[in-house]
Ligand binder design. Structure first.
Ligand SMILES: Cc1cc2nc3c(=O)[nH]c(=O)nc-3n(C[C@H](O)[C@H](O)[C@H](O)COP(=O)(O)O)c2cc1C
Length: 204
């Protein structure tokens, strides 16, 4: 294998997609699609799994996280992809009726956040720190990149994924997670390209 100098990017570094959920003030669930997501450890010993969520320019998802101090992160699987693509390509700020399309919404077990029944894993996240990573324009159209450091306070998981009599890879096939690794393409973890961004939502 010959390696050449590449552009600064995270291409071909696989990362699953998540739908972040929150409630609007009137109780309507809201979802947006995100991939700049990572794990961290917040405490000592066995406590406090953490999540690093990076959100770019101002958007409805960021407004709601700032208002409530919490959100859910729902792992995107192949059956959810059309809806996830829609939530990623349609802006909540400029499309007030974005949430005319909804998955099966369940209320979080610990936090007041909407979770998605069809998602194999849903995490309930409490923000512990907000950090501005870049100084964009100020005001409502700010392009600031923001890091939300969160504590995972609850996890709900498809019970089939906890069946240790099945090999991990078989359970991964059941969960069908989706990634977006390069060139605006959705891929699965089993060597298949699924679609380009903006395509799966057309089937809704
Ligand atoms: C595959 C994919 C991944 C995305 N990941 C991120 C991300 O990690 N951070 C971000 O700020 N926006 C990301 N977006 C863009 C948001 O999903 C988009 O801004 C969407 O409108 C957010 O919903 P909202 O406007 O209702 O908040 C992504 C979009 C797609 C299609």
């Amino acid at each position: 294998m010959a390696k050449i100098k590449g552009e600064i990017s995270n291409d071909f570094c696989p990362q699953a997609l998540y739908l972040y959920g929150n409630y609007e003030e009137d109780g309507t669930p809201h979802f947006g699609l995100f991939c700049w997501y990572g794990w961290c450890w917040l405490g000592e010993g066995s406590g406090k799994l953490g999540v690093m969520a990076c959100i770019g320019e101002e958007k409805r998802t960021k407004d709601l996280i700032r208002r409530t101090g919490m959100f859910s992160a729902n792992l995107v699987n192949e059956p959810l992809l059309p809806l996830a693509d829609y939530y990623g390509c349609v802006s909540g700020r400029t499309t007030p009726n974005k949430m005319k399309r909804l998955p099966t919404v369940e209320r979080g077990q610990v936090l007041d956040v909407p979770t998605i029944a069809e998602s194999p894993v849903s995490l309930e996240l409490k923000v512990v720190k907000e950090e501005a990573l870049s100084k964009g324009r100020l005001g409502p159209e700010s392009s600031e990149s923001t890091l939300f450091l969160c504590e995972v306070v609850n996890v709900t998981i498809d019970e089939r994924l906890t069946d240790k009599s099945l090999p991990v890879i078989e359970r991964m096939k059941l969960s069908q997670p989706v990634s977006s690794m390069a060139e605006e393409a959705y891929v699965n973890f089993f060597g298949q390209e699924l679609a380009k961004w903006g395509e799966p939502m057309k089937s809704l």
